[in-house]
Design a protein around this ligand. Structure first.
Ligand code: GTP
Ligand code: MG
Length: 494
């Protein structure tokens, strides 16, 4: 996501690289490029002009901080202004303590309303609420069936009526009544979409609005449609007074215009973002993280949260213990690889890690998934015993494994060598505090570990062992002296 704007903003900032300070002339050139980058990303014209004006005023007025280079200073200002542009955020859904809360979802055709109804219901259910879905789209024949399937997937009741003898307003009203009977406390209305904003659609939504007075009216917007999404958001907001926007399809190749303009144009906050077709792919919107991603600064916090969701905590703990004790096997390695795969494609993961953006470009067509698949293939061809004790893999075993996984014996060797280096490193690292670990990883990255194709040299990474306890040290020295004496005695006897 946002690859183009990230790259072009990066280029714009180079106008300040190597310059001693920010001047009228370099800020002019830099800002010209920032403006171009935003317009190319389909950010609304007025929003762009305003943004550039604000950044320029600050950059010129800024006292030059000695500790920062001009480039860093401008990036800092742009980062903060992006946050201001997309925020402040409001994740609340106005769920009432007593009675039934109604959430009306609306949006253009295909924007992701029905899917997002399901995602929201799933999220509410997991938070301990009892949601119910209402099929108020009588426009498209298959819409009701689609919502019913989603309801089944997440175990949430769906209220629907026969489209031949009903209308959307009636369905919504009856849906709320049914929720009362069932004891469901949150009702989510899945309304019909239209290709364009038209008066028939707006009047249908207004009638529902008047009839059931939803507590929240949320607009579902397809982020891929750029300024169209923003223009339709304006029209919906004029007709309905929206409480929030949910931007969908941010996992795709969006240019960023919708995310950057919608709040500024409508004044309505983006509450959530859809980042995939599956029903668990809904995230809270965080302007600061989004700004970071746009600037290629990564989004390590989201990655961390995602990892926490996907990873089995007990399993992680167990593996960490194994690492500490030096018992981490190829089996465990394979398990971890599979867990990482669950997070998404390697490229998506790397995009979230600060500084990895440039590396991605350098990688070109290289595909880390291919490597992972090959490595997994090699491990699959080993016996359980070989996975636990890779030292036992001799020449004939190595050839057998290579044949079994369709690789060269040298590839098996390389894996074994890398694995042994890695386990030693992990064992060292697992004894460190968090700060030292971060330092070690940083050294690792600068030592070429993250560089595909480079031979990893763990010796290039100096992992400082934690200082041993003084008493331990004394005991150790004592024992060494004792051993030395014994050895001398033995030598004398000979
Ligand atoms: N990649 C991706 N696809 C999404 C996301 N949200 C929805 N989709 C897909 O977008 C398509 C349309 O989604 P729907 O939920 O049917 O959209 P809708 O707004 O209800 O459409 P209508 O009822 O026809 O107006 C489906 O193929 C969804 O799987 C998302 O966040 N990411
Ligand atoms: Mg739908």
């Amino acid at each position: 996501m946002f690859e183009t704007i990230t790259q072009s903003l990066g280029k714009a900032f180079t106008a300040f690289r190597g310059t001693g300070k920010i001047t009228e002339s370099n800020i002019h050139e830099g800002m010209r490029q920032v403006r171009q980058a935003l317009l190319e990303a389909d950010v609304a014209y007025d929003v762009t002009q305003d943004f550039v004006k604000r950044v320029t005023a600050q950059a010129i007025g800024e006292k030059v901080l000695k500790s920062l280079r001009p480039e860093e200073q401008v990036v800092g200002i742009v980062h903060q202004e992006l946050i201001n542009l997309m925020g402040p955020v409001d994740h609340s859904l106005a769920i009432k303590r007593d009675g039934i809360s109604v959430i009306m979802m609306c949006g253009l055709q295909g924007s992701g309303k029905t899917t997002t109804c399901g995602k929201l219901a799933k999220r509410l259910k997991e938070a301990g609420h009892s949601p119910m879905l209402v099929a108020a789209d009588l426009q498209r024949p298959a819409a009701i069936e689609q919502l019913k399937i989603i309801g089944q997937q997440i175990g949430c009741p769906v209220y629907a009526e026969d489209p031949a003898s009903s209308n959307p307003v009636q369905v919504c009203r009856n849906g709320v009544k049914e929720a009362k009977k069932l004891g469901a406390r949150v009702v989510i209305l899945d309304t019909a979409g239209r290709l364009h904003v038209d008066s028939a659609l707006m009047s249908e939504l207004q009638q529902i609005d008047n009839s059931v007075s939803p507590d929240q009216a949320l607009l579902v917007c397809d982020a891929m449609t750029g300024q169209d999404a923003v223009n339709s958001a304006k029209a919906f907001n004029d007709a309905l007074e929206l409480d929030g926007v949910i931007l969908t399809k941010l996992d795709g190749d969006t240019r960023g215009g919708a995310a950057l303009s919608v709040k500024a144009v409508t004044g309505v906050p983006i509450k959530f973002i859809g980042v995939g077709e599956q029903l668990d792919r809904l995230e809270d919107f965080h302007p600061d993280r989004m700004a970071g991603r746009i600037l290629g600064m990564g989004d390590i916090v989201s990655l961390f949260e995602k990892a926490q969701q996907e990873f089995d905590e007990d399993e992680m703990l167990l593996q960490q213990q194994k690492m500490q004790q030096g018992k981490f096997s190829l089996d465990d390695f394979r398990k971890q690889m599979r867990q990482i795969k669950k997070l998404g494609s390697m490229r998506d993961i790397m995009k979230m890690i600060p500084g990895m953006g440039n590396l991605l470009n350098a990688m070109g067509d290289l595909n880390p998934e291919d490597d992972m698949r090959r490595i997994e293939g090699i491990i699959n061809s080993m016996t359980p015993d070989e996975r636990t004790n890779p030292d036992r893999i001799d020449r004939s075993r190595r050839n057998r494994i290579a044949r079994g996984s369709g690789v060269q014996p040298a590839d098996v060797n390389k894996l074994l060598k890398d694995f042994s280096n890695m386990s030693r490193l992990m064992q060292d690292m697992s004894n460190l505090g968090v700060k030292d670990r971060v330092n070690a990883v940083r050294q690792l990255a600068s030592g070429g570990f993250m560089n595909p194709g480079a031979d990893v040299n763990p010796r290039a990474v100096r992992v400082q062992r934690p200082p041993e306890n003084r008493d331990d040290l004394k005991d150790k020295k004592k024992k060494q002296r004792k051993d030395a004496k014994k050895q001398k005695k033995r030598n004398r006897k000979k």
